[in-house]
Design a protein around this ligand. Structure first.
Ligand SMILES: Cc1cc2nc3c(=O)[nH]c(=O)nc-3n(C[C@H](O)[C@H](O)[C@H](O)COP(=O)(O)OP(=O)(O)OC[C@H]3O[C@@H](n4cnc5c(N)ncnc54)[C@H](O)[C@@H]3O)c2cc1C
Length: 382
């Protein structure tokens, strides 16, 4: 029972969980290869999952944020590399287009997020600006009847298979006193002249998820590539991240839940000192604590989602959910590795992968430290 979840939302998540069971056999090879099989993304398009956050009037499912959080939990429990790609595509990218795009832009770009031909990207981070995103250096200058964009974006999820990216670039000079001034969001098709993709990053985890640099060298986009108003890009990016953090919290819950499920099964089967290791209080307490943490994290994520669905402020709640759930995922996945002993460290059991994949959750879409900054700022504002 969960007070934030209705029957339809539960059914949607259940259907995705069923579909995701079919992925298990394919994960090790795809993780080794470091690439997401295109047919998996195509399937998610066909099932409507990629368009679930897009309103029905725009051809999507128009599902709630609660439903999306539950679906991300299921995808993440099955395959975190897939979940992160979907979270970016159908979370931060789709929600920014839905909220800020003109009708023409919606008609042009939303179908590309839902058709299963790729996954959209969101390009904020640069080599010299991560947490301090407002100090970004990518520039945009008027050029004929469009814009010329120059800069380098780093660690961009889905870059290799994105039809387009939302790129944050600055119009005008950088002002150290008003760092976010001039930042503007652009919808940049990745086949535009002057756009190229750097080599895929080699990562600790999430290896089948693409993370690459996006290089803009005299990139040329049309006048109508601007998303929202010029100079309002930082607000658009922060609003997108608010929603995105609910998704990362849900991902963290899925990762923790799946690794703990493996640990529980193992603890009942593995015998030491003539008894299943599940009989030992040390392990029982570890499992009890991790399961309680997971339930708390899920409630925090769904509370933030529920508030967002009702048009209520949710910035602080999303940051709290992301902070708690991502840190919880570190504890839970490490507990799972410990419960499996030596086997927990070996690739034959997926717990080592969940621990590696889960490590990113305290970093992307704002580190744990930045979540604390956001929470404290909202609590202590004069
Ligand atoms: C797998 C992965 C996928 C990613 N995908 C994307 C993507 O799709 N698009 C995108 O734009 N970015 C993406 N990122 C980038 C990610 O959002 C940044 O890595 C993150 O915001 C942190 O920035 P940074 O790496 O530059 O670290 P830094 O900002 O350099 O931080 C380094 C350390 O300093 C701490 N710190 C910084 N400022 C403060 C402060 N004020 N108070 C206390 N501590 C502070 C940080 O918490 C961190 O511990 C991705 C990253 C990863 C790992």
């Amino acid at each position: 029972m969960n007070p934030f979840v209705g029957g339809t939302e539960r059914e949607l998540a259940g259907a995705v969980a069923n579909w995701a069971k079919g992925l298990t056999e394919r994960i090790p090879a795809a993780e080794k290869q470091g690439a997401m099989p295109p047919d998996v993304i195509a399937d998610l398009g066909r099932l409507g999952v990629l368009g679930m956050t897009i309103p029905e009037a725009d051809g999507g499912l128009g599902a709630s944020t609660v439903a999306f959080a539950l679906v991300l939990e299921e995808l993440s429990a099955a395959w975190p590399s897939l979940a992160v790609g979907v979270a970016v595509n159908s979370g931060i990218v789709a929600s920014s287009i839905v909220r800020y795009a003109t009708p023409d832009q919606r008609a042009r770009w939303l179908p590309k997020l839902a058709d299963g031909m790729g996954l959209g990207a969101f390009a904020l981070t640069e080599p010299t600006s991560g947490s301090d995103a407002a100090s970004l250096r990518t520039t945009a200058r008027p050029d004929g009847d469009g814009w010329r964009i120059d800069g380098r974006k780093q660690f961009i999820t889905n870059a290799r298979y994105a039809p387009f990216a939302i790129v944050l670039a600055r119009i005008g000079e950088f002002d150290p006193k008003r760092t976010s001034a001039g930042i503007t969001a652009f919808v940049v098709p990745l086949d535009a002249p002057g756009v190229s993709i750097g080599p895929s990053e080699r990562k600790l985890g999430l290896r089948a998820s693409d993370t690459s640099a996006l290089i803009l060298e005299g990139a040329r986009v049309d006048r109508d590539a601007v998303l929202g108003d010029t100079g309002k890009g930082f607000t658009i990016a922060m609003a997108g991240l608010d929603g995105g953090r609910i998704g990362i919290a849900a991902q963290s819950v899925g990762i923790a839940r799946a690794s703990l499920a493996i640990a529980k099964t193992y603890a009942k089967e593995r015998k030491q000192f003539g008894r299943p290791i599940a009989d030992f209080e040390g392990l029982r307490f570890s499992i009890a604590k991790a399961e309680s943490d997971i339930a708390a994290a899920r409630l925090l994520a769904l509370r933030a989602a529920w508030l967002r669905d009702r048009g209520r402020p949710f910035t602080r709640e999303a940051a709290m959910a992301k902070l708690y759930a991502s840190e919880m995922a570190q504890r839970a996945t490490h507990a799972a590795v410990q419960i499996l002993g030596g086997n927990g460290y070996m690739r034959d059991y997926a717990v080592e992968r969940y621990a590696r994949d889960g490590r990113a959750t305290t970093i992307y879409e704002g580190t744990s430290e930045i979540q604390r900054v956001v929470i404290a700022r909202s609590l202590l504002a004069a």
